[in-house]
Unconditional design. Structure first.
Length: 81
Protein backbone atom coordinates (compact mmCIF):
# COMPACT_ATOMS: atom_id res chain seq x y z
CA UNK A 1 0.00 0.00 0.00
CA UNK A 2 2.81 2.41 0.85
CA UNK A 3 4.52 1.72 -2.49
CA UNK A 4 1.30 2.42 -4.35
CA UNK A 5 0.78 5.61 -2.35
CA UNK A 6 4.34 6.75 -2.97
CA UNK A 7 3.99 6.05 -6.69
CA UNK A 8 0.63 7.80 -6.90
CA UNK A 9 1.88 10.93 -5.17
CA UNK A 10 5.14 11.15 -7.13
CA UNK A 11 4.16 10.35 -10.73
CA UNK A 12 0.49 10.83 -11.73
CA UNK A 13 -0.45 13.71 -9.44
CA UNK A 14 2.26 16.10 -10.68
CA UNK A 15 1.56 15.10 -14.28
CA UNK A 16 -2.18 15.69 -13.95
CA UNK A 17 -1.59 19.02 -12.22
CA UNK A 18 0.92 20.06 -14.88
CA UNK A 19 -1.47 19.17 -17.69
CA UNK A 20 -4.58 20.71 -16.14
CA UNK A 21 -3.18 23.86 -14.57
CA UNK A 22 -1.39 26.56 -16.56
CA UNK A 23 0.30 28.25 -13.59
CA UNK A 24 3.43 26.52 -12.29
CA UNK A 25 2.92 27.88 -8.77
CA UNK A 26 -0.66 26.63 -8.54
CA UNK A 27 0.36 23.22 -9.89
CA UNK A 28 3.11 22.95 -7.29
CA UNK A 29 0.77 23.99 -4.47
CA UNK A 30 -1.95 21.54 -5.56
CA UNK A 31 0.59 18.73 -5.91
CA UNK A 32 1.93 19.41 -2.42
CA UNK A 33 -1.56 19.58 -0.89
CA UNK A 34 -2.74 16.37 -2.54
CA UNK A 35 0.42 14.49 -1.50
CA UNK A 36 0.23 15.89 2.04
CA UNK A 37 -3.41 14.82 2.43
CA UNK A 38 -2.75 11.31 1.12
CA UNK A 39 0.25 10.78 3.43
CA UNK A 40 -1.64 12.25 6.41
CA UNK A 41 -4.54 9.86 5.86
CA UNK A 42 -2.07 6.99 5.59
CA UNK A 43 -0.37 7.78 8.91
CA UNK A 44 -3.72 8.31 10.65
CA UNK A 45 -4.81 4.88 9.41
CA UNK A 46 -1.58 3.33 10.73
CA UNK A 47 -2.26 4.79 14.20
CA UNK A 48 -5.88 3.63 14.16
CA UNK A 49 -4.80 0.16 13.07
CA UNK A 50 -2.50 -0.28 16.11
CA UNK A 51 -4.12 1.43 19.12
CA UNK A 52 -2.35 -0.72 21.72
CA UNK A 53 1.25 -0.14 22.69
CA UNK A 54 3.58 2.27 24.44
CA UNK A 55 3.16 5.34 22.23
CA UNK A 56 1.90 8.53 23.93
CA UNK A 57 -1.41 8.47 22.03
CA UNK A 58 -2.19 4.77 22.53
CA UNK A 59 -5.00 3.51 24.74
CA UNK A 60 -4.18 3.34 28.47
CA UNK A 61 -4.82 -0.38 28.95
CA UNK A 62 -3.64 -0.53 32.56
CA UNK A 63 -6.01 2.24 33.63
CA UNK A 64 -8.91 0.71 31.71
CA UNK A 65 -8.19 -2.69 33.26
CA UNK A 66 -8.16 -1.29 36.81
CA UNK A 67 -11.42 0.61 36.20
CA UNK A 68 -13.08 -2.48 34.74
CA UNK A 69 -12.00 -4.59 37.74
CA UNK A 70 -13.44 -2.00 40.17
CA UNK A 71 -16.76 -2.04 38.32
CA UNK A 72 -16.86 -5.85 38.41
CA UNK A 73 -16.20 -5.87 42.16
CA UNK A 74 -19.03 -3.37 42.67
CA UNK A 75 -21.37 -5.59 40.65
CA UNK A 76 -20.54 -8.55 42.90
CA UNK A 77 -21.70 -6.62 45.95
CA UNK A 78 -25.03 -8.03 47.26
CA UNK A 79 -26.47 -4.50 47.46
CA UNK A 80 -26.01 -4.06 43.71
CA UNK A 81 -28.65 -6.69 42.96
Amino acid sequence: VVIMLAFFTTVPVPLICAIGIKSVEKAAIYTFLISFVFWSIHYIAVEIEHPFGDDPNDLPLEVLNLWFNKVLVKLLDPMAQ
